[in-house]
Design a binder for this molecule. Structure first.
Ligand code: SF4
Length: 376
């Protein structure tokens, strides 16, 4: 079993012409490029529109003046270095500023820029914050990709978190099962670790990130199976990306093949309006129609997927639309007063983010009192 070799310079990509490399250099000077020979082999170079190529190879239009570096205002929820706390029960520990490959549409590309200091090596201040906040029952290890850390380092983080009685779920957000499944298959200590921290009333979840069914190679499925067999729960979440997975059949096949292997889809995201993402975004209403059509064709577990927008004000589900209206609902809200809020806007077929909807027709919050009344 081989270890993939990293590809970090365009001149290592023999399939590109000299002209293409020269042209794309300005893009990689701005937004870092990283892949590996295993992942590069998934590209069909005969096809200039190949979806894996779109996902990992730079695009000149990333230089368009479009979007913000931190589109969801994540930095404003940083409470101590390396820790974000936006929703009461969940904290994010940003413990890695490296990924096994860099998705061109990444919403955290700011973390890979030299001047960024949101990721820390020393997680102790973050752990101490979690200890002092008993409402935090879920911790998401993220970055960057936490599974790229040495297993011994991950073990140290797990030990610190599991010493806190109110931490019941540790989630790891990772695209490594797609970019480099050998990392999982070659390190039994890693799978042992995932299993060891599943104890009575506590669970480890892997939030995997597969975007296209072609990423589900035999070796990738073996990696996923190894984590499931160890006792971790694995779910999938990914954005809709132009040219990668913006088709009904691609989404349906992705969700079905994941479900057949024990991995239900959890969230499907609207691509964030992040700087550099102009070539990758598709309109919300187009995406809702895609998601609905793919859901109708998918197996039962895949139908549970929710289409959401990770907005600065909360996680907003795109629920449904009629001929003239579109309905959103806060799945999680940064401000308690918005929890469960429904918003109905006049449709805008060009809209790519909440701010593109300007005609609010109605809004309503199912308050705790109303919910209690219904339950009585
Ligand atoms: S794996 Fe996640 S954090 Fe890493 S580049 Fe892709 S989207 Fe960004």
């Amino acid at each position: 079993m081989k270890n993939p070799k990293y590809v970090i310079r365009l001149k290592q990509v023999a399939e590109l012409s000299h002209e293409e490399r020269d042209e794309l250099q300005a893009v990689t000077d701005k937004f870092v490029f990283r892949s590996n020979d295993y992942y590069q082999e998934l590209i069909n170079w005969e096809d200039p529109d190949d979806p894996i190529r779109q996902l990992i190879m730079p695009n000149l239009r990333e230089l368009d003046d479009w979007g913000k570096l931190d589109a969801s205002g994540e930095e404003s929820f940083t409470k101590v270095p390396g820790l974000e706390h936006k929703y009461p029960s969940t904290a994010l520990l940003l413990c890695s500023d490296v990924c096994a490959g860099y998705c061109r549409y990444c919403f955290r590309k700011r973390l890979f820029m030299t001047e960024n200091e949101e990721v820390v090596k020393d997680v102790r201040p973050g752990v101490e914050y979690i200890r002092q906040h008993p409402e935090i029952t879920n911790v998401l290890l993220t970055g960057g990709d936490p599974l790229i850390l040495a297993t011994v380092r991950l073990e140290e983080i797990f030990e610190q978190l599991y010493a806190i009685p109110h931490v019941r779920i540790v989630r790891i957000g990772s695209k490594l099962p797609a970019f480099n499944p050998y990392r999982i298959l070659k390190d039994s200590k890693l799978t042992d670790l995932l299993g060891r921290y599943r104890t009575m009333g506590r669970q480890v979840y892997i939030m995997a990130h597969f975007d296209h069914p072609r990423e589900l190679t035999e070796v990738a499925v073996e990696g996923l199976r190894a984590m499931l067999d160890a006792g971790a729960k694995v779910v999938n979440q990914n954005p809709i990306i132009r040219g990668v997975n913006d088709s009904v059949d691609t989404l349906r096949e992705l969700w079905d093949r994941l479900s057949y292997n024990g991995i239900p889809p959890y969230y499907i995201f609207q691509c964030r309006p992040t700087l550099g993402n102009a070539p990758y975004t598709t309109p919300i209403e187009h995406n809702l129609a895609l998601v609905e059509a793919a859901r109708q064709k998918s197996s039962g577990l895949a139908k549970r997927v929710r289409f959401v927008m990770s907005h600065a004000t909360g996680k907003i589900e795109v629920v449904a639309m009629t001929e003239k209206l579109i309905i959103f609902r806060y799945h999680s809200a940064a401000h308690p007063g918005d929890e469960g809020r429904v918003m109905i806007f006049e449709r805008n077929p060009e809209a790519a983010w909440l701010e593109d909807y300007t005609e609010l027709v109605n809004t309503h919050v199912v308050t705790n009192e109303a919910a209690a009344e219904l339950a009585a």
